[in-house]
Design a binder for this molecule. Structure first.
Ligand code: BDR
Ligand code: CA
Length: 316
């Protein structure tokens, strides 16, 4: 298997946090060059802190964590404390992170890292609003050939929206940034709600994680229990969808997911359907394919992978 060199752009968020823990447990396959943070689930000062806390937890205080844009390109910031709690990662103990915050702005880090890399060598993994990624693309279009692929979480087709009737949260927060990314011309793998709603952190799965008995697994269970409370009530499901870890799981085990090359466009104008992802799944337009839309996930295989990787942090 080829090792992926990646930058994870996130807004932790419990599910972002678990995506980070999954990525940092897999150094043979994933070289995480840095973690960039953006305003989204909670404001930027909390997302950067939460990313650093996850690095502490994973024993990766050497990781480069950069804070980026504190508001979307055009719109005012929407946050989601109703889902994630006031800290963004309610359910886990919050202290002062040991992992330092890098002084460089996340956008400059993305631009410099890509400029210093070979063509088609870096994978971008955005799992929050796309503000940092779009700003980097706007500021430095010369970085585009350096991107091997973008593996992102956002959008909804069959599931409908989770933050408005039409829109998934990351798309709704910064639809203008999402449009820039979908138009960028590089390969894009899209993990939307259609797949993330198939990988539910059921009580039985959370108990299996708890049984691992290491501090990372305990923290993951605390976060999942909090996260599940809101979503179980909302969807009437046994457990919350683990949205963001789908991206990392695909890099590790692409066979867990099924997808289709499609054209995907994001609504940026309509007040009613702002942030809607128009996925041309059946090819009914002549718009060019610009992304792979993932539509199916093997939930059991996904949790086997997650549990196997969290076990690497130690056993009971
Ligand atoms: C996405 O929005 C956030 O609340 C989650 O972290 C995830 O990235 C799901 O709609
Ligand atoms: Ca997120």
């Amino acid at each position: 298997m080829t090792r992926h060199s990646l930058i994870i752009d996130c807004d932790p968020g419990q599910d972002d946090a678990i995506a980070l823990l999954l990525a940092l447990s897999s150094p043979d396959e994933l070289e995480v060059l840095g973690i960039t943070t953006v305003a989204g689930n909670v404001p930027l000062d909390l997302t950067q802190r939460n990313a650093r806390l996850m690095c502490d937890l994973a024993g990766r205080e050497d990781m480069k964590v950069h804070a980026g844009c504190d508001r979307p390109l055009v719109r005012d910031l929407i946050t989601a404390e109703n889902v994630h709690g006031s800290t963004g990662i309610d359910g886990v103990e919050i202290g002062t992170p040991r992992t330092p915050l890098q002084p460089q702005h996340a956008v400059d880090f993305i631009v410099d890292t890509l400029r210093g890399a070979a063509n088609e060598s870096i994978t971008l993994v955005p799992v929050g609003p796309l503000t940092n990624i779009a700003t980097a693309m706007n500021q430095a279009p010369d970085i585009l050939p350096k991107i091997r692929q973008i593996v992102m979480m956002g959008g909804a087709m069959r599931e409908g929206g989770n933050h408005s009737p039409s829109a998934e949260f990351n798309m709704l927060v910064d639809p203008h940034a999402a449009k820039i990314m979908f138009d960028c011309g590089r390969p894009i793998v899209t993990m939307g709600l259609d797949v993330s709603h198939q990988v539910l952190a059921s009580r039985a799965r959370v108990e299996r994680i708890r049984a691992l008995g290491n501090p990372v697994a305990d923290a993951a269970c605390g976060m999942l229990n909090f996260f599940s409370r809101h979503d179980s009530k909302k969807y009437g499901a046994d457990g919350a969808p683990l949205h963001d870890p789908c991206t990392i799981a695909w890099l590790l085990r692409p066979e867990i997911f099924q997808g289709k090359h499609c054209n995907i466009e994001v609504e940026t104008d309509s007040p009613l359907t702002l942030g809607h992802t128009a996925v041309d799944f059946w090819g009914v337009t002549d718009r060019a394919e610009n992304a792979v839309w993932m539509f199916k996930a093997d939930a059991d295989a996904f949790y086997e992978l997650l549990i196997e990787r969290l076990a690497r942090y130690g056993s009971a």
